[in-house]
Design a protein around this ligand. Sequence first.
Ligand SMILES: NC(=O)c1ccc[n+]([C@@H]2O[C@H](COP(=O)([O-])OP(=O)(O)OC[C@H]3O[C@@H](n4cnc5c(N)ncnc54)[C@H](OP(=O)(O)O)[C@@H]3O)[C@@H](O)[C@H]2O)c1
Length: 338
Amino acid sequence: MGHFNDYSAEVPKRKLSNGMEIPAIGLGTFGSDKYGAEVISEAVYGAVRTGFRLVDCATVYTNEDKIGEVFKKLFSEKAVTRDELVVTSKVWNDQHREVGKACRQSLKDLGLDYLDLYFLHWPFPNYHAPHCDGDSRNPDSKPFSVDEFMDTWGQLEKLYDEGLVRSICMSNMTIPKLEAVLPLCRIKPVAIEMELHPGFQQPDLYDYCVGKGIQPIGFCPMGSPSRPERDRTPEDVADTELPSIAEAAAAHGDHPAVTCLKWAVQRGQIPIPFSIKQGQYVNNLKAAFMDPLTDSEMKAIAGDDKNCRLVKGQVFLWPGATDWQDLWDLDGTITGKA
Ligand SMILES: NC(=O)c1ccc[n+]([C@@H]2O[C@H](COP(=O)([O-])OP(=O)(O)OC[C@H]3O[C@@H](n4cnc5c(N)ncnc54)[C@H](OP(=O)(O)O)[C@@H]3O)[C@@H](O)[C@H]2O)c1
């Protein structure tokens, strides 16, 4: 294990609507079916030692137990205290009817007695087998249902009441779904995780969330170059090759991946880059506070949006659905609503 400089004090913070302050950048922990739990948890150790204080976990990444061992080690070494760390987890699609059980299992695996942010990972209970291919479908899959969603959200609200989670959040939402559920929430989400990178900026959803006081958290912030095969199509655009990114990267002497993160932090979302390589995650953290992009570079990147969604979610489609676009309500209404 190498030497680590701790940059945690340099990282800007974002204030959430419930008063919590969390770092402006976090660490992803999904190995894209390419990296195993051991190597990812080792990276969590190094990244926290480097100054990452936000760690984005999920049950479906099947590594929370290993990451829990690393948290225990970091606490015992006094590298970080529990209250300095912001840990997220997410209830997976097959546990929408037993959210309390799912949360308690994540807490047990992570070795924690509370989570900082707890996410509903997808807005419907459709799931696929781990490592499945892009054409596989689960015949039990159903379209979005407001009633089922609100029943699940109610279980997250209960966990908040019990003090097991400090905040509750959503993920993979659309404006039509948010319009349907937000008025029904007793406790509003403080953050929403969504795919955000230069080639997929989602300006409407981003502005909608900001307007409602909901913090956007951006996944695949560098366009997920190592994503699984099921999330690749020939039309996909590589963010790191966009002209505005390549030009700004050259001007600052950065890797284009780092430029993507600078754009994300300066725009206002919280990017959660994944990396197991020390040289990469150190540079990723520094992107949050060193040598920012100029206004004209930010504008050029804003103009390079390709509306190119990478995590299309087609494995969650229900029988009768046309194609992956049905998951994202592109005509402004909830597609296939029960
Ligand atoms: N809520 C959701 O539904 C959802 C969905 C997807 C992801 N997420 C979360 O978001 C996190 C990030 O998304 P992601 O992992 O898919 O994509 P990503 O962070 O955009 O891409 C990660 C990959 O980028 C490369 N990379 C990282 N830092 C680099 C650097 N400084 N220079 C050059 N290359 C670099 C690495 O590739 P190599 O390993 O090949 O070097 C790494 O594996 C996930 O880990 C997960 O926590 C959430």
